[in-house]
Design a protein around this ligand. Structure first.
Ligand code: N01
Length: 538
């Protein structure tokens, strides 16, 4: 390809991919330091995940007062969330507001994709190639490309045969009205499907949900935030943020005071009922201390949810299909919905268990399973993402010595703190694999990572070092810590996107650190305090 770079394109301090929560905060932080910053974003504007995921019902299932930036007191005072769980459009307008409020757009080139990123050892620079044909050079390369931004490649047999409407939740591009009066299939029952199914059911002539693995779905209990609640939040923001930073999951902890079998069967049930009313990540799955470490304890909570499903869903056959039986509660990410199970009581909604009748093929007019054919006009794919590594591999990151990132990680992901990887100097991941991003309110993880990376770069520059690289030994230790941590939990028992098992051929590595954002922050702070052991500066 001809290089279309203007001759005068300067070398910048920081090259960054993505203008979502990560890239925008990085731009703010680095500009504050007076370091030059060039960001690239494939979308025409800011927003990241919240730009792309516009499917009906899309909203965040982490409460907005926590799922928002904490770096500016003015920002958190002037912005008012309308509901407990903000819908996609409101989160996108918040991100828009942040971009304007702090004049961050000027740091980004929009509608531009990074197609490769190459380390130039002699110059000690990264060079990114853009789909515009230009190249740009910078001292540090930041991946703010998100963990759940690369849709999983379609692996539904012979979808190309289908001639009706096909739409994917992660790249939704039709009005909901286009599904009105149609026979619609939704494939998948993860968080995205759980949010859109009730709304599609309201307009479709008939909706058939094709479910491979039933999940645990809790009522989100979304509600408007009253003026009084907003005032309380605003006057307590400093304390709320501090609690989130030192918590397990980036939201205020609700520390369980007992293990599941410390209490009588009756008390356990009552407590699950109360927790079910509370909902959220501190709901049923967080009620007892051992629910994520002891399979027997977990089964008490799982059975409670199954009972709820049997109570809500009127047809026993449908309830049986929807009851989660193949993994422990919380071992795969739980889902939060509004009227999810109730939707299956509608006469125009049915559920098909793909475990009993797998999809065999598609025809021009529908889906053929091993048992029968389903004529449909539209297929909604809610089949998930190539999590964490998909977005990183898409950047074409390589160095002459280590080759491509995907080759360096061909036996599984290896990082130091989920932020750096040995053999790739001056390359930093924000909310990367083996960071707490997977199992946390990601905004807390993003702010911590960007702050820590900024301090590290500042430390290196102050000492005259140009190159920053994790040592292989420190990386081995971190990989072992993430594995030891997850081995103590039921996450380790389950195949899911958490360990890459949703994508054929992806090596199995648990893609997060699940020891908690508070503990992680303390470790990172200690490392900084001790002059960054485990990181070679040159
Ligand atoms: O994707 P998923 P998602 N044939 O991977 C099924 C975040 N998020 O987009 O479990 C048939 O969870 C698959 O079945 P199985 C959140 O972190 C947050 O829903 O592999 N079925 C599963 O049911 C979430 O965890 C929010 O057996 C196939 C579904 O498709 C993450 O994004 C909202 C299939 C995929 O579920 C991903 O959620 C949305 C096939 N070939 C997303 N391939 C909120 O904040 C896959 N499936 C609310």
């Amino acid at each position: 390809m001809t290089d279309k770079t203007p001759a005068a394109a300067p070398v910048v301090d920081v090259l960054c991919v993505g203008a979502g929560f990560s890239g925008l905060y990085a731009a703010y932080k680095f500009a504050e330091k007076g370091w030059t910053f060039a960001g690239f974003e494939a979308a025409p504007t800011v927003g990241g995940t919240w730009y792309w995921n516009t499917y009906p019902g899309a909203r965040c299932d982490v409460e907005s007062v926590y799922y928002s930036y904490s770096f500016s007191e003015e920002l958190q005072q002037e912005w008012t969330w309308s509901q407990r769980f903000a819908p996609q459009a409101e989160i996108l307008s918040y991100i828009d507001h942040v971009a304007d409020r702090f004049d961050l757009r000027r740091h980004f080139t929009f509608g531009t994709r990074v197609t490769s990123a190459t380390w130039l050892p002699d110059e000690r620079l990264w060079e990114v190639r853009l789909d515009s044909g230009e190249t740009r050079r910078g001292r540090y390369l930041l991946a703010g490309s998100g963990g759940l931004s690369t849709p999983k490649a379609v692996d539904v047999p012979r979808l190309e045969n289908f001639t009706g409407t096909t739409v994917s939740t992660s790249r939704w591009d039709i009005p909901l009205s286009e599904l009105a009066g149609k026979r619609v299939a939704v494939i998948g029952t993860g968080s995205s499907a759980v949010q859109c199914i009730p709304l599609i059911a309201e307009v479709a002539e008939h909706l058939t949900v094709f479910q491979r693995t039933p999940n645990y779905v809790f009522p989100a209990r979304n509600a408007p935030l009253s003026d009084q609640v907003v005032d309380e939040i605003k006057s307590n923001y400093a304390a709320i943020r501090e609690e989130c930073r030192h918590s397990l999951g980036g939201i205020p902890d609700r520390i369980p005071d007992a293990a599941a079998f410390d209490v009588s069967d009756e008390e356990r049930r009552e407590r699950y009922e109360r927790a079910y009313e509370r909902s959220g990540f501190n709901g049923v799955g967080g009620e007892f201390s051992d629910l994520l470490t002891d399979a027997r304890a977990n089964e008490t909570a799982a059975e409670f949810v199954r009972e709820k499903i049997r109570q809500i869903v009127e047809d026993p056959g449908t309830a049986a299909v929807l009851e989660p039986r193949f993994h422990a509660l919380g071992a795969k990410r739980s889902c939060f919905g509004t009227d999810y199970y109730e939707t299956f009581n509608r006469p125009n909604v049915s559920a098909v268990s793909l475990r009993d009748e797998p999809i065999a093929t598609m025809t021009s007019g529908g889906i053929v399973t091993s048992a029968r054919s389903y004529e449909v006009d539209a297929i909604v794919l809610a089949i998930g993402f190539d999590a964490f590594t998909g977005p990183l591999y898409g950047l074409g990151v390589s160095t002459p010595e280590s080759g491509r990132l995907q080759d360096a990680w061909s036996d599984g992901v290896r990082t130091y703190l989920g932020i750096m990887t040995s053999g790739f100097p001056n390359f930093f991941m924000i909310g990367g694999p083996q960071s707490p991003a997977l199992a946390s309110n990601v905004v807390v993880t993003i702010e911590q990572a960007v702050d820590w990376i900024t301090d590290l770069i500042g430390h290196a520059r102050a000492g005259g070092a140009e190159v920053i690289e994790a040592t292989p030994e420190a990386q081995d230790d971190w990989v072992r810590i993430t594995e030891d941590t997850v081995r103590q939990t039921l996450y380790a028992t389950t195949d899911s996107w958490y360990r890459g098992s949703n994508v054929a051929g992806k090596p199995s590595t648990f893609l997060g650190y699940v020891g908690g954002v508070g503990k992680y922050r303390r470790m990172c702070t200690e490392i900084a305090k001790h002059g960054y052991p485990g990181i070679a500066l040159d």
